[in-house]
Write a protein that binds this ligand. Structure first.
Ligand SMILES: C[S@@+](CC[C@H](N)C(=O)[O-])C[C@H]1O[C@@H](n2cnc3c(N)ncnc32)[C@H](O)[C@@H]1O
Length: 270
């Protein structure tokens, strides 16, 4: 766990939040949740200067944050969509367009590789046969991998949130996505020959004041964006979906709804 902080991370202020887009806000909310950008024991390595890869980095907020904290290390973010910054970035941050199924990096290139929020992207076969073996290949001997995922087995959902989430889970099933990667990741890491595997989790409460509201807003915005994928599966139209979404703010408080966020990490043997 990142342990060098004397100052605690705080949530964005109301003014900052207005300026952030959803994904940027998510980065700060996740960092606040853990009070750390990572949990693998790599802080000393990062201080001394190592190579780091963030696979499917999205717009690259984790890379930008980490690159400014660890100026001696070299950070690469790769995503199949290039919506990351091309100019305004620290000199030790680099972004590349690339597909996680065929990354061009040589064997033993990186000291630390991470992936985050991919629970609705890959099938079990993808994780086991391609993604994790390739992560192991690209790591240096002794290097660490960390995966951060939330668990779709959410806790105490009320009828509206439950119905929407059930629709999305059915959509994942139809598309052969490994929807319960949090239950499987440790096993997959073991089978891929990672060693010193750890799993930690934290409960994120939708009803926990301003923090909970930011977490819920992220879900609501995500569900709005992807609702066309799952509305018809649960037999509702867009207006009915919006109606269900409008009930969530009160419902999560009444039902004390939450979900678990996980971090898994392990290393490549020497
Ligand atoms: C839910 S977002 C997560 C982004 C970021 N990791 C985070 O934690 O906020 C999923 C990301 O995976 C990327 N992605 C999906 N399939 C990919 C692939 N085959 N190769 C590289 N990136 C991929 C998408 O473009 C998107 O940026």
């Amino acid at each position: 766990m990142e342990s060098h902080n004397t100052k605690r991370y705080s949530l964005p202020t109301e003014e900052e939040y207005e300026e952030f887009n959803q994904v940027q806000s998510r980065h700060y909310v996740l960092r606040y949740t853990w009070q750390a950008n990572f949990s693998a024991p790599v802080h000393e390595k990062l201080l001394s200067g190592v190579k780091v890869l963030d696979i499917a980095c999205g717009p690259g907020y984790w890379i930008l944050d980490m690159a400014s904290k660890y100026p001696k290390s070299e950070f690469t973010g790769v995503d199949k969509i290039s919506f990351f910054p091309s100019e305004l970035k620290p000199p030790n941050a680099n972004f590349e367009k690339g597909d996680a199924f065929c990354l061009p990096y040589e064997e033993g290139t990186f000291d630390f590789i991470r992936m985050s929020l991919m629970s609705s992207i890959f099938s079990a076969e993808d994780w086991k046969n391609t993604i994790l073996p390739d992560v192991l290949r690209m790591l240096k001997p002794g290097g660490y991998f960390e995966s951060q995922e939330f668990d779709w087995n959410m806790i105490n959902l009320g009828p509206c949130f439950g119905k929407l989430t059930n629709g999305f889970i059915q959509y994942l099933e139809i598309n052969n996505i490994d929807k319960f990667i949090c239950s499987n990741m440790e096993k997959y890491l073991r089978e891929t020959n990672f060693i010193e595997i750890n799993s930690i989790d934290v409960e994120c409460r939708f009803w926990d004041g301003r923090y909970g509201r930011l977490v819920l807003d992220d879900f609501i915005l995500s569900y709005k964006r992807i609702m066309l994928n799952f509305c018809n599966i649960i037999g509702i139209d867009e207006d009915q979906c919006f109606n269900l979404l409008s009930n969530l703010e009160e419902e999560v408080i009444d039902y004390k709804s939450s979900y678990k966020l996980y971090r898994f990490f392990g290393r490549k043997s020497f």
